[in-house]
Every structure is written in structure tokens, then in C-alpha cells.
Design a protein. Structure first.
Length: 257
């Protein structure tokens, strides 16, 4: 199995002097997804939690709704393909949209038509100060980032503790891994809040809606389309979250606005 980090050597120039360093860097590699014996797509990803990545991707794309539909999921011997066998036929989308995710995410072209969910009726409330506390919890869960840097982290929390976290070079992959880990471990808390280090683009918002998370928090910015989608799905979208401040872009009533 491939490791998520790799030893490297580099030279650093600073203040007119050269220094040599040995370090660890994050691994990026192509991993194909095979569904019922047919190759669908290739992920550019970090090779950790690959089974969860595959299952979560199928969930977030609306191909499956529950783990009972998965007969088997396994990573091949060389670690560059994940085989998923379902107990029903699954039709591969005829075309994929290249998304704005780092390392090139993909999603079906009917992105804006799905998912068919609305979280407007969700009455979840959190105190404003709790946002910064959750961001701090996210930082504490970043084990791979502390070793290598250059990796995104996302986490699912119930507002009190981190329930599931995932790291990957692609921010969109982290939310697929979150969904997969929830499915594979039957973790579906009543309160679902997603926190991520990644920028919130449209595909990130779509995945949060599919996971039924009424609050999505990011360390950085949302796109204009993600704000429109958050309003449509009834998601509270928060960006530039720090310990003592954050910006609210939609449905601020959940945080006392």
C-alpha cells in the first residue's frame, strides 16, 4: 500500500545563504475507481482512506444512498485502483464536469440539479463563540498536515467533538472521505456540522448538502455560486473562520445573526 507521505530533500536560500533539509511531503497520485467491473474515473488524491473516498464519492454523486448497497470495496494490490461492487446495476454518468477543486475534481455535469434536499427546516442553533472552538478542534485533528503540510483537512462534528476527520491534497476528496467513513462506520449524528480548511466552491457545497450538514464552516472563502447554492439548500455558510471571528454568507439565524 502506498504511503500518504514521502521523504524528500531540498535546498533553501535565505539571507544570502544556502541550507539543506530533509523533510516529508504529501503524496499525490492517480487512483482509478472501478464500479461493477467498469472503470469510471481517476481521482488525483492522497492514498489514505481510499475505500472511504470511493464509497463517499458514489454517495455524494447520488449513485448509492446506504452502505447496504455495497457488496464489496477493496483497494488493488498496487494501490492505484479501488474496486466497488454494488448489489445493483449502476449507470456511469455520460460526462463529467471538471470542477475547480485542487488537483482537478470531477462531478457529474448535472451539478446544479442535485442533490434534491432542503435543510431550511433544520432548527440547529450554535453560539457564535462555538465556531472558533470547532475550528480549533479541526486544527487538532490535522495529523498528516503536521508531518507534511500541503494537505487539506475536513471534519464532521456534533458541535462538541470531532466524529470523523479526513485529509487529502484535494479539498473535495476530503468531503468524499467524510461521507464514506460515515457510511462504512454507520456514523450519522443528529447534529452534523462540517468544518474544512478548503475554499468552498460549488462542488464542496453540493457534497455538504448531500451529507445533510446544515452548517458548513471554512477557514477560507466561498465562491459566488456556493453562496447561491447555500441559500437554495438552506445551509449556513461560514467563511474565514478564526478563533474569534468569522463571516456569515447565508442563513445566519443558526448562529444568532
Amino acid at each position: 500500500m502506498n504511503a500518504p507521505q514521502k521523504s524528500i530533500h531540498y535546498e533553501q536560500y535565505e539571507f544570502q545563504k544556502w541550507k539543506s533539509f530533509d523533510a516529508e511531503t504529501i503524496v499525490e497520485m492517480p487512483v482509478s475507481l472501478t464500479v461493477n467491473g467498469e472503470v469510471w474515473i481517476s481521482f488525483m488524491c492522497t492514498p489514505v482512506n481510499l475505500e472511504a473516498l470511493a464509497v463517499g464519492f458514489l454517495f455524494n454523486e447520488g449513485i448509492i444512498q446506504k452502505m447496504d448497497e455495497v457488496e464489496d470495496v477493496r483497494v488493488c494490490e498496487h494501490g492505484d485502483n479501488v474496486d466497488v461492487w454494488l448489489n445493483h446495476a449502476a449507470e456511469q454518468p455520460t460526462s463529467w464536469r471538471r470542477t475547480s477543486g485542487c488537483t482537478g475534481g470531477v462531478t457529474a455535469v448535472d451539478l446544479l440539479a442535485k442533490p434534491n434536499v432542503s435543510l431550511s427546516g433544520n432548527r440547529l442553533k450554535v453560539e457564535p463563540d462555538a465556531i472558533g472552538q470547532m475550528v480549533e478542534m479541526l486544527f487538532e485533528s490535522q495529523s498528516l498536515y503536521r508531518e507534511t503540510g500541503g494537505v487539506h483537512t475536513s471534519a464532521l462534528t456534533d458541535g462538541e467533538k470531532i466524529l470523523v476527520s479526513a485529509e487529502d491534497i484535494g479539498r473535495h476528496n476530503t468531503l468524499d472521505k467524510i461521507a464514506g467513513l460515515c457510511l462504512m462506520n454507520d456514523i450519522w449524528p443528529e447534529i452534523r456540522i462540517l468544518i474544512t480548511t478548503g475554499r468552498i466552491s460549488s462542488e464542496m457545497l453540493q457534497k455538504a448538502a448531500q451529507i445533510n450538514a446544515p452548517i458548513l464552516i471554512s477557514r477560507t472563502s466561498p465562491s459566488s455560486l456556493s453562496i447561491e447554492m447555500a441559500e437554495r439548500y438552506g445551509i449556513t455558510l461560514i467563511g474565514y473562520a478564526r478563533k474569534h471571528r468569522f463571516n456569515v454568507y447565508s442563513n445566519g439565524e443558526r448562529v444568532g445573526l
